[in-house]
Design a protein around this ligand. Structure first.
Ligand SMILES: [Cu+2]
Length: 364
């Protein structure tokens, strides 16, 4: 992240529109900043909606109160699932991708218009899902929407719009990386945090494609165009989406830990290749781990379940364990080098509360 020479035009052929962040000293393209804010605000809005739904679900089940009837329980459960397990995390993830592919590479946003179109599709899809669930009595199919439960076609359409928007945003991430490389914003391989975010972006692509494989036929089936839809096929593709949708966020979160550790106290992992390998394990095995949602599924063989939910999933977990050791290890070495050597764990307690990096210790 070396600073560019002042004579270098920051954006070729366009007037530079950026600010230098006072905290991180990163150059932030204003187009990107607006995109980050829009995505992050929508993420928090969805989090709030999902949180309110969670509270109401609890009040619905609490016998002394019994606020709402059983229909509302399923309605709120559907709302909670869609807002919390899809909308909030994916919106926030998109904010992270915009940040990682520009500010962390000292680069501009190369496709802001495309990124805005992605955002608008996601916002329309996300809000539409909320409306359909709240106002259509049929669309209380819970987050999984298992076939043969049939929701209103608009329910599936809202998912599709949201997913297409997310896919467009992920594509702009890759465009940014290519343009940043071509404009020589960074040298050699991608910085570790951006590499981690790239893993998240690749995970996002196949997560969204599997979501499309589950939801697009369900859309046509709910319209009556497709006469039947095999529930087993739906469940398989749905969890190819539902499980990695959370893991996209996992990869992005770990990438952000590496970034924070470096930004706050200048800690670098002891072995970057080790951390990169851990991200690659996510890439290959997280999706196969989706099978753990289908452990009691009658349509799948024991061998298929065993391979996917033991061997494949262990390798994904191994990735997380590698990160869980790598980040605190780097912090320990850095803290000890600063003279915080009291006892076995003195390095971790020394400046907890005053040193921002110490907050990271409570994460893994
Ligand atoms: Cu899962």
């Amino acid at each position: 992240m070396a600073a560019l020479a002042p004579t270098t035009p920051w954006i070729k052929g366009a007037k530079a529109d950026y600010r230098v962040c006072g905290v991180t000293t990163l150059k932030v393209d204003m187009q990107t900043e607006r995109l980050i804010i829009a995505n992050a605000v929508m993420a928090v809005v969805c989090l709030v909606l999902g949180g309110i739904a969670a509270l109401l679900i609890a009040l619905t089940r609490w016998q002394a109160i019994h606020l709402l009837d059983a229909t509302w329980f399923y309605r709120l459960l559907t709302l909670h699932g869609v807002d919390m397990l899809v909308a909030w995390i994916v919106f926030f993830e998109m904010a992270g991708l915009h940040f990682g592919s520009t500010a962390l590479l000292n680069a501009r946003h190369a496709a802001p218009k495309l990124a805005w179109s992605g955002f608008i599709l996601m916002a329309v899809g996300g809000l539409m899902a909320n409306f359909v669930i709240l106002f259509d009595p049929k669309s209380i199919v819970t987050f999984t929407a298992y076939v043969p439960l049939k929701a209103h076609p608009l329910f599936y359409l809202s998912y599709i719009l949201f997913a297409v928007g997310a896919l467009i945003t992920v594509i702009t991430f890759f465009i940014n990386l290519v343009v940043a490389k071509r404009e020589k914003r960074f040298e050699g391989s991608l910085p570790l945090a951006v590499f981690g975010l790239m893993t998240a972006a690749i995970l996002a692509v196949y997560t969204l494609l599997e979501g499309a494989a589950a939801i697009v036929p369900a859309f046509f089936w709910s319209l009556g165009i497709l006469p039947d839809y095999d529930p087993g096929i739906y469940r398989n593709f749905f969890w190819g989406f539902g499980h990695p949708a959370q893991q996209v966020n996992l990869a992005a979160m770990v990438a952000i830990w590496y970034m924070l550790a470096q930004m706050t106290v200048g800690i670098r992992p002891l072995n970057e290749k080790f951390s990169r390998l851990a991200f690659i394990l996510y890439l290959f095995f997280i999706n196969l781990g989706s099978a753990h949602h289908l452990l009691v599924d009658p349509g799948l063989s024991f061998a298929w379940k065993a391979v996917n939910t033991s061997y494949a999933m262990y390798l994904a977990v191994l990735g997380s364990m590698m990160h869980a050791f790598s980040i605190p290890a780097a912090m320990e070495v850095a803290q000890r080098a600063k003279g915080h050597t009291k006892g076995l764990f003195g390095w971790s307690r020394n400046d907890r509360g005053t040193n921002p990096a110490s907050a990271l210790l409570s994460c893994p």
